[in-house]
Design a protein around this ligand. Structure first.
Ligand SMILES: Cc1cc2nc3c(=O)[nH]c(=O)nc-3n(C[C@H](O)[C@H](O)[C@H](O)COP(=O)(O)O)c2cc1C
Length: 317
């Protein structure tokens, strides 16, 4: 098996591995590329449906394409049908060639739960084990999993005990329960304890918004790294030591410069008609600017990349 995770761990010595967590609607190729340039060690795709992939959905396959500079690149999958997972990894290995696969056991969205996927799958020990085994038996690439601290009646330690004999390479723990959804404290004690039940690479996730905080979590829990999620939106330089303390006008200049670069890349990758999808990112980049609400309105009213680009170029810092 090709296990890039161990190589990554070795290369980092006494520093945390820094991952870009999967974020549906945000972590497309352009954003992953930008994060990689700022120093992300490993990047995840947005979650992709194994059901769509097993029908060779061109749209889904297109969304999973990547630039070689994004490597190591992990494709995250969600679903609940073992055979669809098998089909999906076979298709992706041939057509996309990522470095690893990840299975989503944490998504709390109703539409996903209804399919028996995401957190619902974490709550079913036998189904989750079966799917992990099926993927492991049908790919040469390394497999990681992304979980919560608990889902339904299953907690993280039960979950890890149930798969302790399987060669899963990495584990990303969103340190909140399904009940907490996306807010509230992170259970650092449980993350620390997970080390006793999982021998691969462990990444802590949840509410980590700076490199300093990432290092604190790394030192205090014994994990191998952290994954930034919402903390990276509007500030992908979070991965870079150089920009840790950037503030005031310098920060604004960096935001505009990065937004312009990002915009050009999305436009090139996805074509003119995708401009609406960039509005979310743009609002994050301009979040701390004065008059943010009128800027947001301008973003919402933009009707093309050209308009967004012109508007960004006229913002004075
Ligand atoms: C808009 C949005 C989209 C997300 N999409 C995914 C996804 O596709 N797959 C996944 O495993 N988690 C997804 N997550 C969860 C994040 O990866 C992360 O676990 C969560 O936001 C907690 O980290 P944070 O507090 O640093 O944001 C998403 C979260 C948000 C807010």
């Amino acid at each position: 098996m090709n296990n890039f995770w161990q190589e990554l761990k070795k290369s980092k010595k006494n520093e945390p591995i820094l991952a870009l967590a999967p974020l549906a609607g945000y972590t497309d190729s352009a954003f992953r590329f930008i994060c990689k340039e700022f120093g992300a060690d490993v990047v995840y795709s947005e979650m992709a449906s194994v059901s769509a992939l097993s029908y060779k959905s061109d749209k889904t396959l297109k969304l999973l394409k990547f630039n070689k500079k994004e490597r190591p690149y992990v494709v995250q999958l969600f679903g609940s049908d073992k055979n669809q997972f098998i089909k999906a990894v076979k298709i992706l290995e041939k057509k996309i060639k990522p470095d690893g696969f990840d299975i989503n056991f944490g998504c709390p969205v109703r539409k996903v739960l209804k399919q028996g996927a995401g957190s619902k799958l974490m709550g079913d020990l036998s189904a989750s084990r079966e799917i992990i085994e099926a993927v492991l038996n049908n790919t040469k690439l390394s497999l990681s999993i992304k979980v919560r601290t608990s889902a339904f009646s299953v907690d993280l330690i039960d979950f890890l005990k149930n798969i302790s004999d399987l060669p899963v390479s990495a584990l990303m723990i969103h340190g909140r329960s399904l009940k907490q959804l996306f807010s509230g404290p992170i259970d650092l004690e449980l993350i620390k304890e997970s080390r006793n039940y999982f021998s691969g690479v462990i990444l802590a996730n949840g509410g980590i918004d700076s490199l300093d905080q990432a290092r604190d979590v790394y030192r205090n829990t014994g994990v191998d790294g952290v994954a930034f999620a919402r903390g990276v939106l509007g500030q992908p330089w979070i991965f870079s030591e150089k920009f840790q303390n950037v503030s005031g006008d310098d920060r604004k200049k960096l935001a505009i410069e990065t937004a312009l670069k990002h915009l050009k890349l999305v436009r090139k990758n996805r074509g003119e008609i995708s401009y609406n999808e960039f509005k979310g990112h743009l609002a994050w980049y301009l979040k701390d600017f004065s008059g943010a609400s009128s800027l947001r309105l301008k973003i919402m009213l933009s009707k093309s990349y050209q308009e967004m680009q012109e508007f960004l170029s006229t913002i004075e810092v």
